[in-house]
Design a protein around this ligand. Structure first.
Ligand code: GLU
Length: 379
């Protein structure tokens, strides 16, 4: 983590073609009343952005509950569902009117977790969204709250927006809410401009003593992680700012920016995480383990204390400590026999030992996925 020198591709987000913009309930319906002015302002910002835009809009429950005679956001699922059924059409009317001022047509797409899990429905949703975008229509997505019961509920639109970013292959996900970004620990007011290591950021936030405002942040970091791995940049910023999207696209350092993982790397790491064909194990010492989990380092020969199984270079292997705790999975650059010969050596000695040096790492960090439940980051 540190301050960003440049954003996006270095020229702002000049090469970003497709954006998913997620608007939180606090932006759309603060205090349980639809903020039509905010919707008009945001629609203007999106319509004039000159990019393909997919909107994920919350606020169905928030803009509907008062019509049911309730004074506060309902807690029970059934009341939320009823409120959403009222609020969703109000939400759409507001979006349709706001985009119409710019001659743009909107479409309502309501999804559930099931729709995104099921392969056929997932492809269907993607085709629909592609067709809408090709026609210049702006999809306005929300969870299908009025029919989503607990078991099939995604729960929050941060996660939905990240899944949608992956679904449509967006280059950028902008999450606009009532916070300025990810706050530094301490006075809680300074925003971290640039986060590359989401695992470290998560630990940092959860380690904080104040619980205020961190509940929503955890889900935002989870969402950022999903989108970044899918190859999208993510920006979390305050939605109430003037021309917020235009300024982000112009490269202004608003909010917190999570740079996209290389698309190739993201796909490869997801595959490693899912692969069940683990061919062997590399045993590492504590120092190496913490370099992998805390610092996002590559696995070097010096940290290797043992090798189990026979495998060739490029195999998917598990990485564990001597006591059996598994911490990662990765693709090895060398075969099991070669790694046995390199065990405990410096990278500089690889060539002398093997007669050639393919690369300095046994497993490069781009080919390494930390295992959920290890003390480090999750991917
Ligand atoms: N789908 C919910 C709504 O529109 C919002 C969920 C969320 O805010 O994350 O009311």
């Amino acid at each position: 983590m540190g301050l960003a020198k440049t954003r996006g591709d270095g020229l702002g987000f000049a090469s970003v073609r497709r954006i998913v913009v997620k608007l939180g309930s606090a932006v759309i319906a603060p205090g349980g009343r639809l903020d039509e002015e905010a919707i008009v302002r945001l629609a203007g910002d999106m319509a004039t952005s000159d990019r393909e835009v997919v909107v994920v809009s919350s606020g169905a429950v928030a803009s509907g509950f008062r019509a049911l005679g309730l004074e506060a956001m309902p807690r029970s699922i059934v009341q939320k569902q009823a409120a959403a059924a009222v609020g969703q059409q109000r939400l759409m009317a507001a979006w349709a009117g706001a985009f119409q001022k710019h001659g743009r047509v909107v479409a309502q797409v309501l999804l559930t977790a099931d729709d995104l899990d099921d392969r056929a429905r997932h492809l269907n949703a993607r085709r629909t969204l592609e067709a809408l975008l090709a026609a210049g229509v702006i999809p306005i997505i929300n969870e299908n709250d009025s029919v989503s019961y607990a078991e099939i509920k995604l729960g929050d639109n941060d996660r939905l927006s990240a899944l949608v970013a992956g679904l449509v292959g967006a280059d950028l996900l902008v999450i606009l809410s009532s916070i300025d970004g990810v706050y530094e620990q301490g006075d809680g007011k300074r925003v971290i401009a640039w986060i590359e290591n989401i695992g470290a950021a998560r630990r940092h936030i959860r380690a904080g003593t104040s619980e205020v405002g961190t509940g929503g942040m955890a889900t935002k970091l989870d969402a950022a992680e999903i989108a970044v791995e899918a190859g999208a940049h993510v920006v979390i910023a305050r939605g109430a700012q003037d021309r917020v999207l235009a300024r982000i696209l112009g490269g202004e350092a608003l909010g917190t920016h999570f740079p996209a993982a290389g698309r190739g790397v993201g796909a490869r790491r997801r595959w490693i995480g899912r692969s069940t064909r683990v061919r062997g194990t590399i045993v590492v010492d504590e120092g190496c383990g913490s370099a992998l989990t805390e610092r996002g380092a590559s696995l070097l020969p010096s940290g290797v204390v043992g090798v189990e199984g026979e495998f060739g270079e490029g195999a998917c292997v598990a990485v564990r400590y001597k006591d059996g705790r598994v911490l990662a999975r990765g693709l090895t650059s060398y075969s099991s026999g070669e790694i046995r010969r390199l065990r405990g050596k410096k990278s500089a000695d690889i060539e002398r030992t093997l007669g050639y040096c393919y690369r300095e790492e046994i497993i490069h960090r781009d080919d390494l996925v930390l295992t959920a439940g290890s003390k480090g980051e999750r991917s």
